[in-house]
Design a protein around this ligand. Structure first.
Ligand SMILES: C[S@@+](CC[C@H](N)C(=O)[O-])C[C@H]1O[C@@H](n2cnc3c(N)ncnc32)[C@H](O)[C@@H]1O
Length: 262
């Protein structure tokens, strides 16, 4: 499924996408070796699912995204120390020239967004921003909800495919994409490690439909149309007895710039 992240999609994104859980944020910050005086860049920040939880662990976050609606959602949270910038991965070289020639940033985060970019160029641009010892973290929380293994998730997938056709894209969360990223980062001369964390969340039909709306162009779910996609998802979920549990695996590919040239 494709999203343009504008309008209603951005509003739903702010409401129905979770921030990185607190325990995973602590583990990530440890892997990043963040210092209190570090600036962090969050590339493809959305409405702040990484920027907000990481903010308290560093001096400030520069949050980049090309979608004004997403940045508006992040700004609405009014978290001090997060600077929102309208931009894309293609702006990384300019960012480097303007901001980091002498110092370098402590970390660049990319959450669920690298698959929207020219991956090798974006990762090279991120590596250029780092201070010695700084790190890139490419984070996925996948697979997408509708590709999960639970019976209710399979029902959601069936409904989506009935309305929208195949929805098999993993949004960069599959193991082939991960291996490619590890290889690209190693070729850039970075030391790479991979961490995974798992969380389980109780969800309900409202959450599932809102979350799906955050992954689709505005209006695609036709929420007020009887027999439309949102209605059909609700009906399908009604068939499942007991709580709906979403198991989410977070994968972080963490790549460190060596402190001395090899
Ligand atoms: C699925 S959202 C991820 C948001 C958030 N980082 C998260 O972890 O949930 C993908 C984001 O990438 C942004 N994006 C798309 N193309 C981009 C590009 N070329 N450079 C930077 N961000 C981009 C979109 O506007 C969107 O906000």
């Amino acid at each position: 499924m494709a999203a343009d992240f504008a309008g209603e999609t951005a509003l739903l994104y702010a409401r129905y996408r979770r921030d990185l859980p607190a325990d995973q944020t602590r583990a990530l910050v440890e892997h990043l070796g963040l210092r209190a005086d570090d600036v962090v860049v969050d590339l493809g920040c959305g409405t702040g699912q990484l920027a907000v939880p990481v903010r308290e662990h560093c001096a400030g976050v520069l949050a980049l995204d090309p979608e004004p609606g997403m940045l508006a959602g992040l700004r609405a949270g009014d978290v001090p120390g997060i600077l929102c910038v309208l931009g894309t991965d293609r702006d990384l070289p300019e960012l480097r020239r303007r901001l980091t020639d002498r110092v370098g940033v402590g970390a660049v985060l990319i959450g669920n967004a690298l698959h929207w970019m020219d991956e090798p160029a974006a990762l090279a641009g991120c590596a250029d921003l780092l201070r010695p010892g700084g790190r890139i973290a490419v984070i996925t929380q996948g697979p997408p909800m509708w590709l999960g293994p639970a019976a209710w998730q399979q029902s959601v997938r069936q409904v989506l495919e009935r309305f929208f056709g195949p929805v098999s894209a993993t949004c960069g969360s599959d193991s082939a994409a991960l291996q490619l990223r590890v290889g690209t980062l190693e070729e850039l001369g970075l030391d790479v490690q991979v961490a995974t964390w798992r969380a389980e969340h109780d969800v309900d039909a409202d959450w599932v439909i809102g979350h799906l709306g955050s992954a689709l162009p505005a209006g695609a779910l036709q929420v007020r149309t009887p027999g439309g996609p949102a209605d059909a998802v609700g009906t399908a979920l009604d068939q499942h007895a007991g709580p709906l549990v979403e198991a989410v695996t977070t994968t972080a590919v963490i790549a460190r710039r060596p402190t001395k040239a090899a």
